[in-house]
Design a protein around this ligand. Structure first.
Ligand SMILES: Nc1ncnc2c1ncn2[C@@H]1O[C@H](COP(=O)(O)OP(=O)(O)OP(=O)(O)O)[C@@H](O)[C@H]1O
Ligand SMILES: [Mg+2]
Length: 281
């Protein structure tokens, strides 16, 4: 993993594309969110300064706000790490990760938009009415995928085969409740959450809890509302970077990411963060 971080005194268990996970006592983990950036499952050597700290703060904001909907892994204690790492560190409950990504879509985008255009269906479910990109569904839909090196969209019945019916039903309910709550909350503050992804795990009591990151611009699609309540298609999330790669015929190699592109991406993340977390006076 490029730019892997070793922290004195902590044993590293795992490096994800963006996060480094360390042991923190028996029941806890220390998650340090790096400034790494990934797209299309490729991790870039170059980093985007400040991204890790923004993602960490945003997840903490949402974990605190949504804990009544479902318990989550966030532990509200200051991590004992070097001060330079505090802003991107979080102590969490250790879990056994459920190997499914719980995706909720309120508007059609991304891989759902792709398969809808190709064959008129989303995760195997036929869509009979005509949709344009980013159109709102009549109800949010739950479209799981497998979690691994290559995420693959699956049906709900396939998810039940993989993780069981009880867990599947609990995950669907929690995911839709979280999405509906956050959709309204963000819309009031000028951001539409078009879609998002959750992860869940089982803690030491075998309780199903929300883990990883939540409602960040890395794991969600954000559109900005104008003063008339309309949104445009210039997304305030990682889509800007994916588009940059596509427009420049990127061929899955390390590249020098222009400073202007990194700055623009961070500005977009910051706009989403500032709007969503702002308090009404
Ligand atoms: N509370 C938790 N208990 C156990 N594992 C967790 C917990 N929270 C997050 N994780 C795992 O830590 C990793 C986070 O790292 P990161 O977000 O960089 O991974 P990724 O590269 O996106 O994910 P993946 O491992 O799925 O490819 C994920 O694998 C996630 O499932
Ligand atoms: Mg992740």
């Amino acid at each position: 993993m490029p730019n892997d971080l070793n922290i004195d005194g902590y044993k590293k268990l795992y490096s994800g594309k963006i996060r480094d996970i360390y042991e923190y006592g028996q029941k806890h983990l220390l998650i340090v969110t790096s400034d790494r950036i990934s797209a299309f499952d490729f991790v870039f050597q170059e980093e985007v300064l400040g991204k890790g700290s923004l993602l960490n703060s945003m997840s903490i904001f949402w974990f605190k706000l949504t804990k009544k909907i479902i318990k989550n892994h966030y532990v509200d204690k200051k991590p004992e790490v070097d001060p330079s790492l505090i802003s991107r560190s979080m102590i969490v409950e250790k879990t056994k990760v459920i190997p499914v990504e719980a995706i909720v879509r309120g508007h059609i985008a991304g891989s759902a938009w792709k398969t809808y255009q190709e064959n008129g269906s989303i995760n195997g479910v036929e869509i009979t009415h005509k949709l344009n990109e980013y159109d709102k569904f009549s109800e949010p839909i739950f479209t799981p995928s497998t979690k691994g090196n290559k995420d693959e969209n699956i049906s709900i019945s396939k998810m039940k085969d993989l993780v069981g019916e009880v867990i599947t039903n609990k995950i669907i309910k929690a995911s839709l409740d979280l999405y509906n709550f956050a959709y309204r909350y963000s819309k009031d503050r000028g951001i539409i959450i078009a879609d998002t992804k959750f992860e869940f795990g089982l803690n030491h009591n075998r309780e199903l809890i929300l883990i990883d990151e939540i409602f960040t611009p890395d794991c969600s699609r954000f559109l900005k509302l104008d003063s008339n309540g309309n949104y445009d298609l210039d997304a305030f999330d990682k889509q800007y970077f994916r588009n940059y790669l596509r427009d420049n015929n990127w061929n899955k190699n390390q590249i020098k990411i222009p400073l202007e592109v990194k700055n623009k991406l961070m500005n977009k993340y910051q706009v989403a963060y500032d709007l969503i977390t702002k308090k009404y006076e």
